[in-house]
Write a new protein. Structure first.
Ligand code: EPZ
Length: 421
């Protein structure tokens, strides 16, 4: 297993290109199952999760060809030879569950493994299943698999999500595009990745209104065509790297950065004393003056503060002036980065879904361990300004969501290298 070695203390100056969004791409790829015509995605991120989704789609009989060093994904599911999404792939990545809706809509049948547990929380899929049943599917849970059937096809329905779920909204949205009649999804998720999926589906001939709001209306059609679609910028990668100059000092421009993707996050950066300005090529970030100010954070569905930036924000607040309180309201176990940051000298008290961070002058390098995707990158961020050397182990977590992190940060002056064990 690889590790990342960081020698802290350098200011960061330069330019970081932001890739296409992992979480948009992982929803866009299953959309190929909805049509027998080719779907091509451009601006795709080069990540291990994308490779996992590629393997899954290929196991179902779809053709997926990676072009231009992985930035283009040419897909076609003309013949779906297999309607079973196997446990061995689904257990590696929960987003695999997003093939359920498209397979049901296109083929009237699907067998998908339940995803199993996850480090940051139980993450059940009951809302996905309830939405499929609302659209007329019959489901049977057996031996760890969901056996789903929609004899005569799915039927449009009104479905009110009891709580906001990104994945369940995406599954239902894709399924509804080929359902007979009108579907109304209420209390739907509003994330930019959902807006991007809806825009792609519309280019494939789907009739969708309201994406980005809490109510999405879909008029079912008989079939969808192919299209070519650019994956939207990754707002979580963007927010993550914006914290690097905030933590280290210096000034960095983020190519492709869009302020509308990180609104709530930028409000917190401003309160912390970080300046964010729009440029012709994206966003520029630098610290307004010395030490950052403590700020309180509560995670919420978009347009609130993203749970996927909570760990990274904590890394900034570890050396802020004052006490910050972070409340994690989306997942039940998303503070696993705290004990690792404490090894670096941070002062953090975690009680249930609340972490209280008392800022210290400086963190110190240490050997730490990545536990999940966003926790791993928060340790890298903390290490950039820490005194001495930090070694982050188990960085396979990192490679799921960040392409070439050592290249992107190294190009701005960070002393960071990958060490293969
Ligand atoms: C998506 O996960 C993202 N993953 C997550 O990013 C992100 O943290 C999350 O949305 C919230 O924004 C992808 O898009 C691939 P949810 P998802 O359904 O869809 C509960 C990352 O780091 N819930 O919005 O699984 C669930 O337990 C990853 O890139 C149910 O109870 O998240 C959670 O508490 C991590 N039943 C809450 O809803 C369900 O059927 C929000 O989950 C579904 C969800």
């Amino acid at each position: 297993m690889d590790s990342i070695l960081v020698r802290g203390g350098a200011e960061l100056n330069g330019v970081i290109p932001i890739a296409g969004a992992k979480n948009a791409c992982l929803a866009l790829m299953p959309a190929t199952l909805l049509s027998d015509e080719p779907l091509t995605l451009t601006n795709a991120p080069r990540l291990s999760d994308i490779k996992t989704m590629t393997q899954l789609l290929q196991s179902l009989g779809a053709e997926v060809t990676s072009l231009q060093d992985g930035k283009v994904l040419a897909m076609s599911s003309h013949d779906l030879s297999n309607l079973t999404a196997d446990y061995d792939i689904v257990r590696k990545m929960r987003a695999s569950f997003l093939v359920l809706g498209p397979m049901l809509a296109r083929a009237g049948r699907a067998v998908v493994s339940l995803p199993g547990g996850c480090a940051i929380g139980a993450r059940p899929v009951d809302l996905h299943l309830k939405a499929m049943e609302a659209l007329g599917a019959t489901l049977e849970l057996r031996d760890g698999y969901v056996y789903a059937e929609a004899k005569g096809g799915l039927k449009g329905a009104v479905f009110d999500f009891p709580l906001v779920s990104v994945g369940a909204t995406e599954n239902a949205l894709m399924a509804a595009t080929l359902a007979k009649g009108t579907t109304e999804l209420r209390n739907a998720a509003r994330e930019p990745e959902i807006v991007d999926l809806a825009r792609c589906l519309r280019k494939m001939g789907a009739r969708i209104e309201g994406e980005g709001t809490s109510t999405i209306t879909i008029e079912g059609v008989d079939r969808l065509t192919g299209t070519t679609h650019p994956v939207v910028t990754d707002r979580i990668e963007l927010g993550t790297y914006m914290l690097a100059p905030a933590i280290c000092g210096g000034e960095v421009e983020f190519l492709g950065g869009r302020i509308d993707l990180v609104g709530a996050f930028c409000e917190k950066l401003d309160a912390a004393g970080i300046s964010v300005s729009e440029t012709e090529r994206g966003l520029k970030v630098k610290r307004k003056n010395g030490r950052v100010n403590a700020v309180d954070v509560i995670t919420a569905p978009f347009p609130g503060f993203p749970t996927d930036l909570q760990a990274q924000m904590m890394a900034l607040l570890c050396t802020a002036e004052g006490v910050s309180v972070l409340e994690e309201r989306i997942f039940e176990n998303r503070f696993m980065h705290a004990p690792e940051l404490i090894r670096m000298g941070a002062k953090i008290d975690v009680h249930g879904g609340q972490a209280t961070v008392t800022g210290v002058e400086k963190l110190r390098g240490a050997r730490v361990m990545a536990t999940d995707l966003r926790a791993s990158v928060s340790l890298i961020l903390a290490a950039l300004a820490a005194e001495g050397e930090t070694v982050v182990s188990r960085v396979y977590h990192l490679d799921r969501g960040y392409e070439r992190v050592e290249e992107k940060l190294g190009a701005c002056g960070a002393s960071i290298e990958r060490v293969s064990s």
